[in-house]
Design a protein around this ligand. Structure first.
Ligand code: ADP
Ligand code: MG
Length: 631
């Protein structure tokens, strides 16, 4: 007897992962509004569980057993003060429970919890906007019991928690396939025992769910509360904006408003329906390497996968929603989807549709388009070098800041504003636009009214390497190679000076600088780029652009960097007085010091390290001392 008792599985108690505890604590102690969303979250999970089972049953029909009609049932018990959300979907086994209801699996959610500030007002409004999944049950319940049995397995399990730090798992008596989540309501939550209240919540948040959602009370017959047809199969004219938004929230696990909703039915050689969304805010993990795209693939209303590589290119990975194909076989496995010709056609069609929608927006609603561009422009730019097929259209969609005002400009606008005699599209890349605007290398362009694009996405340096031109105009970095602005209309301001005799001593100064700097620079020369600053650094014509070189170095893709060219500006007061000194006494040690100081200064402006900080400090101190003592 006693041995048997010992071998029988016992209840285990486990702590929640720290992030879960933090989230639960906040939900229990601070969240007093929007509590009804718990139902949306539980129904959403139940519906996902049924989708998973329906997919598994394509190859293993026996999983459905004698209970093939998948549905969600909500049962209220006023005496016990409980509400139970049950489904006959895929269910969970012991390990699933530990994995899913003890930790936060979704990377976005974990990042979100990390961001919580401890300022409960702020956090609470964040939670309202975000989904908090299963754990939202604790907003309304002081005790949650999950009884679940996984399809195809014989054991049932019971998970229980009061939300305070830990949960227990134990085997349960034979339960039906699927999951039942019983919430014991907190005090003050009686509204959730009222059928009318529940009907309203289901209509508001879950009407689009393609399964029947039933309500049963103690004695009444079950009543279906929702429309129970897949939203994308309904005619557009029957769908309200709110319904689209709720569907987006469910399908995308997102909680913003969709920026764009794209609902189409394609009929012809290939038949499919797409209900796709572009979010109005960028998700946390947009640039995470294993970020999946967010489109669910259905075949004739049966969910197949939300991880189908070939459905859209990576540069459209911000798309969310559903594609439902009529042509793919229902028993298609995820493996068979690779290189599937039907899928390839859908992909092309979806790409074209999305691009033409974006083109429309970009011309008809420039401001809205700018908001999209801020969120996803950097992703779209990946397509410029990955997908030559769409390159021209993507270049057309591209927007960038420039020295022409504060707004985003298009390449077309840029080309339209090019000066007579200007044959290249000038650009500069860097960390951020505000810093770029202050770059000395831009001075000469700005003073002559020649526009320069200011590009600050890391991807810019890469697409610029692979795209030779736009409308026949090559791209040209303003920090690379020689630039002759005198041929460009408006460049004449400088031309007068170029025709004038060279400033006194500039040649001597250049010689003295070269001597002092030796191998630290490749060359020293007079600049066409500068109007105010004394000096700047530029890359040699054939070398890598400076910002690209820095990026590659940061990512350990480059071990050494090329020597730069130091350009000097004779119109600058310091340079012209140094030039006079150089003419009088070329070997004056103050000139060598100035050469080093100016080079270090140029490096600092570029964000590059000063190679010898001690020497820099000594020279700086000397120079200041001379200035103060009038020496
Ligand atoms: P999400 O739905 O975003 O993954 P949740 O917190 O809502 O996050 O749910 C966590 C996980 O728990 C789900 O991904 C799923 O694996 C599992 N789960 C929750 N509810 C159910 C259910 N009713 N049936 C089966 N699995 C479930
Ligand atoms: Mg969920």
């Amino acid at each position: 007897m006693s041995t048997e008792a010992e071998t029988a599985p016992k209840a285990e108690t486990k702590p929640f992962q720290a992030e879960v505890s933090k989230l639960l604590d906040l939900m229990i102690n601070s969240l007093y509004s929007n509590q009804e969303i718990f139902l949306r979250e539980l129904i959403s999970n139940a519906s996902d569980a049924c989708d998973k089972l329906r997919y598994a049953a394509i190859t293993q029909p026996e999983l459905l057993g004698d209970d093939p009609k998948l549905q969600v049932t909500i049962k209220i018990d006023k005496k016990k003060r409980t509400i139970t959300v049950a489904d006959n979907g895929i269910g969970m086994n012991h390990d699933d429970l530990v994995e899913n209801l003890g930790t936060i699996a979704r990377s976005g959610t974990a990042a979100f919890v990390d961001q919580m500030s401890g300022d409960s007002d702020k956090d609470v409004s964040l939670i309202g906007q975000f989904g908090v999944g299963f754990y939202s049950a604790f907003m309304v319940a002081d005790k949650v019991t999950v009884t679940t049995a996984k399809a195809g397995e014989n054991t049932a399990w019971r998970w229980r928690s009061e939300g305070a730090g830990e949960y227990t798992i134990e085997p349960a008596e034979n339960a039906a396939r699927g999951t039942a989540i019983e919430l014991h309501l907190r005090r003050g939550m009686n509204e959730f025992l009222e059928p009318t209240r529940l009907r309203t919540i289901v209509k508001t948040y879950s009407d689009h769910i393609a399964l029947p959602i039933l309500l049963t009370g103690d004695d009444d017959a079950p009543e279906t509360m929702n429309d129970a047809s897949a939203l994308w199969t309904r005619p557009k004219s029957d769908i309200t904006k709110e319904q689209y938004t709720e569907f987006y929230h469910h399908a995308a696990h997102a909680f913003d408003e969709p920026w764009l909703t794209l609902h189409n039915k394609a009929e012809g050689r290939i038949e499919y329906t797409n209900l796709l969304f572009i979010p109005s805010s960028a998700p946390f993990d947009l640039f995470h390497p294993d970020r999946k795209h967010g489109i669910k693939l259905y075949v004739k209303r049966v969910f197949i996968t939300d991880d189908c590589e070939g459905l859209v290119p990576r540069w459209l990975r911000f798309l969310r929603g559903v594609v439902d194909s009529e042509d793919l076989p229902l028993n298609i496995s995820r493996e068979m989807l690779q290189n599937n010709p039907v899928l390839a056609r859908i992909k092309t069609a979806v790409c074209k549709r999305v691009l033409s929608e974006l083109e429309k927006k970009s011309t008809k609603a420039a401001e809205e388009y700018a908001a999209f561009w801020q969120n996803f422009g950097a992703v779209l730019k990946e397509g410029i070098y990955e997908d030559t097929e769409y390159r021209d259209r993507l270049l057309g969609l591209m927007r960038a800041y420039s020295t022409h005002g504060d707004d985003l400009v298009s390449l077309k606008d840029y080309v339209g504003r090019m000066k007579d005699g200007q044959s290249e599209i000038f650009y500069m890349t860097g960390e951020d636009v505000a810093a770029l605007r202050k770059s000395p290398q831009l001075e000469g362009f700005v003073s002559r009214g020649i526009e320069v694009l200011l590009l600050s996405d890391p991807v810019d340096d890469f697409w610029l390497q692979s795209v030779p031109e736009f409308e026949g105009k090559p791209f040209k970095s303003v920090t690379q190679g020689g630039i002759d602005l005198s041929k460009i209309e408006g460049g004449d301001e400088k031309k007068d000076k170029a025709d004038a005799p060279p400033e006194e001593g500039v040649g001597e100064l250049i010689q003295a600088f070269k001597l002092a700097l030796e191998d630290a620079v490749k060359d020293v020369r007079v600049s066409d780029r500068l109007t105010d600053s004394a000096v700047c650094l530029v890359a040699d014509e054939g070398a890598l652009d400076m910002h690209l070189e820095r990026l590659l170095k940061q990512h350990q893709q480059l071990s050494s960097t090329a020597q730069k060219i130091l350009e000097i500006n004779p119109a600058n007061a310091l340079i012209s007085s140094l030039a006079q000194r150089a003419k009088a006494s070329p070997s004056d040690p103050a000139i060598a010091d100035a050469a080093h100081l100016l080079l270090d200064q140029a490096r600092i402006i570029e964000g590059d390290p000063v190679t010898d900080p001690a020497a820099f400090a000594r020279r700086m101190t000397d120079a200041m001392a001379r200035g103060l003592t009038g020496g």
